[in-house]
Design a protein around this ligand. Structure first.
Ligand SMILES: NC(=O)c1ccc[n+]([C@@H]2O[C@H](COP(=O)([O-])OP(=O)(O)OC[C@H]3O[C@@H](n4cnc5c(N)ncnc54)[C@H](O)[C@@H]3O)[C@@H](O)[C@H]2O)c1
Ligand SMILES: O=c1ccn([C@@H]2O[C@H](COP(=O)(O)OP(=O)(O)O[C@H]3O[C@H](CO)[C@@H](O)[C@H](O)[C@H]3O)[C@@H](O)[C@H]2O)c(=O)[nH]1
Length: 329
């Protein structure tokens, strides 16, 4: 069995579904702080609880034969982490430490960790490779880098075998339109643009238009959530086939899109016009983050299938079908 923490969240719910489709048995552990129980595939076992609850973890590890943990549970908003860093150090770092302690206690030594490109900070190179210096510029990125350090140390001391997947900007929805992205409040760019185009908001805020980029707005590498799911399956298979590893892989499309470009693509696909409000920069935002994913392409054979167009199309279908997200489930 695979224990998926945060499996009621956006990315975790998509990966859970893919795991089950690939024949794995899954237990989701989630405290529903930002997730939705109705996002969890009905074929998974669902346990409501916190990753720091030692009793729950003891019970789960005793009751089920857990081969590996996929650890998605975290707080993950750059802006919020600047306002409330202790929330991030507590939930992401402190509680992950307790999860790893329980794993070691129960001799479950395989982990796939949701890391982020936010650990690189403001890299000087155009395409970010795994070896670049890690100088995160916000508490969220620092919290994830701390966990990567903890994983490395625990691998040396206790034999933990792990893969850290450093995602760039996850976006899009499952092509079935049955699950998608739904946060309250929503802070991510693509859902915010689409919700605005659906009439949910008066305008779309663009945070900063004088960055040192060709059109002055921030550039990100958007990766379809189903491409992420595929990478998790490949990573899991590799992890289960090896006695002990400690690896880090970037996951992005290798193509950057500015905020203005993303708005244009959303307008094109929805055939609607956005009302843009240029707002102040959001603290903690690096100007450009674009991945080189050649390491995972070469080593695990992962290739992304979907472009920004596919991302926006699938997200738009999800928004049209579920204008109030999971509320109406
Ligand atoms: N969304 C992105 O673009 C992105 C990019 C890079 C990395 N990540 C990482 O991917 C992971 C998933 O992100 P997401 O976008 O799906 O976020 P999300 O907020 O949708 O999902 C997180 C899930 O974890 C649960 N959770 C949080 N703290 C918990 C705790 N202490 N105990 C139990 N459950 C808890 C939440 O209820 C939620 O269901 C995170 O670790 C995030 O840092 C996300
Ligand atoms: O309404 C909005 C929302 C966002 N942005 C901007 O759009 C860009 C992308 O922002 P967002 O969609 O919030 O993603 P990020 O802040 O890049 O962070 C996401 O992507 C990171 C990887 O880059 C992950 O680590 C984080 O968990 C995830 O929240 C940033 O420049 C934002 O300032 C706007 O201008 N208006």
């Amino acid at each position: 069995m695979i224990l998926v923490t945060g499996g009621a969240g956006y990315i975790g719910s998509h990966v859970t579904r893919e795991l089950i489709n690939q024949g794995y048995k899954v237990i989701v552990l989630d405290n529903l702080s930002t997730g939705h129980q109705s996002a969890v595939d009905g074929r998974a076992v669902f346990k409501l609880g916190d990753i720091s609850d030692r009793q729950i973890l003891d019970d789960l590890f005793n009751q089920y034969d857990i081969e590996a943990v996929m650890h998605f549970a975290a707080n993950c908003l750059v802006g919020e982490s600047v306002q409330n860093p202790l929330k991030y150090y507590d939930n992401n770092v402190g509680k992950t430490t307790r999860l790893i302690q329980s794993m070691i206690k129960h001799k479950v030594n395989r982990l796939i960790f949701s890391s982020t490109c936010a650990i690189y900070g403001e890299p000087e190179q155009d395409l970010i490779t795994e070896q670049l210096p890690k100088n995160p510029i916000n508490p969220y990125g620092r919290s994830k880098l701390m966990i990567e350090t903890i994983l490395n140390d625990t691998s040396n001391s206790d034999g933990l075998s792990y893969i850290s997947l450093r995602y760039f900007n996850a976006a899009g929805a499952h092509f079935s339109s049955e699950i998608g992205e739904d946060h309250d409040p929503e802070t991510h760019l693509i859902p915010n643009i689409l919700r605005h185009l659906q009439g949910a908001t008066e305008e779309i805020d663009v945070f900063g238009n004088d960055y040192d980029t060709p059109d002055g707005t921030c550039i990100r590498d958007y990766i379809h959530v189903q491409d992420l799911s595929k990478a998790h399956i490949l990573a899991l298979k590799y992890l289960l086939s090896q006695p002990k590893i400690g690896l880090q892989y970037n996951l992005g499309n290798g193509e950057g899109h500015s905020i203005k470009e993303v708005i244009s693509e959303c307008e094109r696909i929805t055939n609607k016009r956005a009302k843009v409000n240029y707002a102040p920069k959001r603290p903690g935002d690096p100007p450009i983050l674009v991945a080189s994913s050649s390491k995972i392409v070469n080593e695990l054979g992962w290739v992304p299938d979907y472009t920004l167009t596919d991302i926006v199309r699938s997200a738009w279908k999800w928004h049209l079908k579920h204008p109030h997200g999971y509320e109406s489930f």
